[in-house]
Design a protein around this ligand. Structure first.
Ligand code: DON
Length: 305
């Protein structure tokens, strides 16, 4: 039996000695205000035991981690038709690359780079009467927590400064891969990114990706096992943009990062883990978060490889 409590204690101590060299995301003005010293981690196991430390109960901006939820919702509604609009290959480029989108003729390389997530948002805006409400309902259900919400300040802050995303969506509209109104898509995308939750809730939200689509409390099947297989494969190959290889190499779990400094990852049949430390490396992923997860899979011996 793995002693998660003891291992988390070791990780907390080891990380307290480590220096970080990166910076908190500042291109979204609201995120620049977050205390760079925040650090929390939470593990939710398949047997429902869970353990955490530090700031693991504090809400933070999950940003691109929300792309896993919007993708899940889109597949739930239109199934494999999603793949007619977005590819499933690693990008090897920054998450907001315009150059790659031009090379790919407006069909994003995968659903986790910004252009791909914008196409997913277009799909949801197109088919749902109230996409924001549906997304909130989905996330509240899988976390079993009705207090989870968007942060309007963060969404508005990004709306005022999100020129690259606005460029990406307009470019795809010009090439025929966007159907709905551009402003509606951008609004829904920035609200999705502004979702806030704690490491505790994020780990709980991700446990269904470790458990073939079943949520722990009610035992309800939210996603079918084949969908979960595909989403996990995408997290493994594309979840960290042009650092996905490094994350696989160091940590060895399917996962997803966000510029709020969060990372969520899963080990099939075993656990979901969420970590938050806002200081980012040059690829836009949490510097300490990646190190903490490397220690987790090394100390527990539990990675998918
Ligand atoms: O669109 C953006 O740039 C942000 N709302 C989300 C980017 C993000 O989280 C990338 N992740 N590491």
């Amino acid at each position: 039996m793995v002693d998660f409590e003891k291992i988390l204690g070791t990780i907390q101590e080891e990380m307290s000695y480590r220096d970080v060299s990166g910076k908190v995301a500042s291109y979204i003005p609201e995120l620049a205000k977050v205390d760079p010293k925040k650090f929390g981690m939470h593990i939710y196991c398949s047997d429902k035991n869970n353990y955490g430390f530090g700031d693991h109960e504090e809400n933070f901006s999950i940003q691109s981690i929300s792309k896993v939820f919007t993708l899940s919702l889109a597949i739930k509604h239109i199934g494999s038709k999603v793949w007619e609009r977005v590819n499933v290959e690693p990008s090897g480029n920054p998450f907001n690359s315009l150059m790659q989108l031009e090379q790919d003729k407006g069909v994003p390389r995968n659903p986790f780079i910004n252009s791909g997530a914008l196409v997913i948002c277009d799909i949801l805006v197109n088919i749902l009467d109230n996409p924001k409400k549906e997304l909130l309902d989905f996330v509240r259900k899988i976390t079993d927590n009705n207090s989870i919400d968007f942060n309007e300040k963060v969404a508005t802050s990004e709306l005022k400064s999100g020129y690259r995303n606005i460029a990406l969506v307009n470019y795809m509209k010009a090439l025929g891969n966007i159907k709905s109104d551009v402003d509606e898509i951008i609004d829904f995308y920035f609200y999705s990114c502004s979702l806030e939750m704690s490491c505790r809730n994020l780990a709980k939200a991700f446990i269904m990706y470790a458990n073939k689509g079943v949520i722990p409390n009610s035992g309800e099947q939210i996603l079918n096992p084949s969908t979960v297989k595909r989403i996990n494969a995408l997290m493994q190959t594309c979840g960290f943009y042009d650092e996905s290889g490094e994350f696989s190499f160091e940590v060895g779990l399917p996962g997803k990062s966000g510029v709020g400094g969060g990372i969520a990852a899963i080990h099939p049949q075993q656990y979901a883990v969420a970590v938050w430390s806002p200081v980012l490396n040059e690829k836009g992923n949490s510097e300490l978060g990646m190190k903490a997860l490397e220690r987790l899979t090394t100390l527990t011996g539990l990675s998918v490889f």
